[in-house]
Design a protein around this ligand. Structure first.
Ligand code: PLP
Length: 398
């Protein structure tokens, strides 16, 4: 007998849960791409995407995943040999650095480890050590999905300003746009990348690159740019096809439209609050479980934790066994630990992650926590009692 039959919850940190409304919007015959509803949707879609990032800048849409958005953003601002400073707080910062290196950039990585945020003093040192202003861009990740740390982008901007350094500030918000607060213009972010399949609740397939006027000026001298990745025709199209440099991702556009409607109806501040409360419920449960036993949140300081994803350390193969149990016995799929140790390392099973981004509510999260609680009991993993009570108290007080 298994208790997994029923509606399952994919709580890996992306792709996230796709709302029925988004799926219904996508379930249609192929639309005309030359005139009518689909081309007419574009101006409103772009307006809403800009509001989501709190920017008056531009946004280019690519048929791509997050890796494509990484490359698109860099190609528009770099030339081979340009220096790039990467502030890495987990696997995804390193991944973006790899793309910059692949484009021929001279990449310096400041690695802050797997359990900490950016140390601004080290950033200040690196900027001070660049008197000729050779660093073209500073790359960082708002939420590193592997470690679940949330970095303070405004502090990085303040360091750049204090050093009077002209490098572009480029941020990866793929994990957390529409979950954790993000204010592109107020925080001084020049380029931001995101993708459709996490907080935007739409299947993987759209990569978004936001940029401001400063970045647009840097684009003039960027030798890495190629026709497909060029953000210019996409943001100033003479014809509808130029938005996507070819056939539009027709059904994704309908899906994203529905997701943006849902976001507008709930309101961005309310969405940020919902994610914050659900995240606090998750943390409260782990505080209790971890009080007697091996479970531990990867990021100790609550103020540095994302509201979109939570990374957990368990030691042994507890993470692996628990994931298997919750999936086969409870209908809950948790995320693997990513970037902590290699997959071949026996310690790989000592980690897991919970995605709580996008279309998630109290009954889903409290249900997920209850299934984890059952799994700990079934597997005989030592844990403190009363975690579900603690999580419910958080939701009750919201
Ligand atoms: C998911 C994710 C990516 C990679 O996106 P893909 O669509 O898998 O290419 C990059 N950065 C962050 C922070 C992510 O969460």
């Amino acid at each position: 007998m298994s208790l997994s039959h029923g509606r399952s919850y994919l709580a890996i940190p992306g792709p996230s849960v796709v709302p029925d409304r988004v799926l219904r919007a996508m379930h249609r015959a192929a639309p005309n791409i030359y005139e009518g509803e689909l081309p007419d949707m574009m101006p409103g879609l772009l307006t809403d995407l800009k509001a989501l990032a709190r920017t008056d800048g531009q946004v280019a849409i690519y048929i791509a995943n997050g890796h494509g958005a990484w490359e698109a953003a860099l190609a528009n601002v770099l030339s081979p040999g340009d220096r790039v400073l990467v502030l890495a707080t987990g696997r995804f910062g390193e991944g973006w650095a790899g793309v910059a290196r692949g484009l021929g950039a001279d990449v310096e990585i400041l690695d802050f480890g797997k359990r900490a945020t950016i140390d601004i003093a080290r950033v200040e040192e690196a900027l001070a050590a660049d008197p000729d202003r050779r660093i073209r861009a500073v790359l960082t990740v708002q939420v590193d999905t592997a470690t679940s740390v949330r970095n303070d982008l405004a502090r990085v901007r303040a360091a750049l300003d204090a050093a009077d350094h002209p490098a572009l500030l480029m941020a990866d918000c793929i994990a957390c746009l529409g979950c954790d607060r993000f204010e592109m213009d107020a925080w001084g972010v020049d380029v931001m990348v995101t993708a459709s399949q996490k907080g935007l609740m739409t299947p993987p397939g759209l990569g978004l690159v936001y940029f401001n006027a400063r970045a647009e000026r840097v684009r003039d001298g960027a030798a890495c740019v190629t026709p497909y990745w060029d953000w210019r025709p996409r943001t100033a199209p003479a014809d509808f096809y130029q938005y996507f440099n070819g056939t539009a991702p027709t059904h994704h556009v309908y899906g994203l439209r529905a997701a943006l409607d849902m976001i507008a109806e709930e309101g961005l501040e309310a969405i940020w609050d919902r994610h914050a409360t659900l995240a606090r419920a998750v943390w409260a449960a782990f505080d209790v479980w971890g009080s007697e036993g091996p479970l531990e949140l990867n990021i100790a300081e609550p103020g540095l934790r994302s509201h979109a994803v939570t990374a957990v350390r368990t030691g042994g193969d507890i993470g692996g066994r628990l994931r298997r149990w919750t999936e086969t016995e409870g209908g809950l799929t948790l995320g693997i630990g990513l970037g902590m140790v290699e997959k071949s390392d026996p310690a790989f099973g000592g980690f897991f992650r919970i995605g709580h981004m996008g279309h998630v509510n109290a009954h889903m999260l409290l249900g997920a926590l209850a299934v984890i609680d059952a799994g700990l009991k079934a597997l005989g993993v030592p844990h403190g009692r009363g975690a579900l009570d603690a999580a419910a108290e958080v939701c009750a007080g919201a």
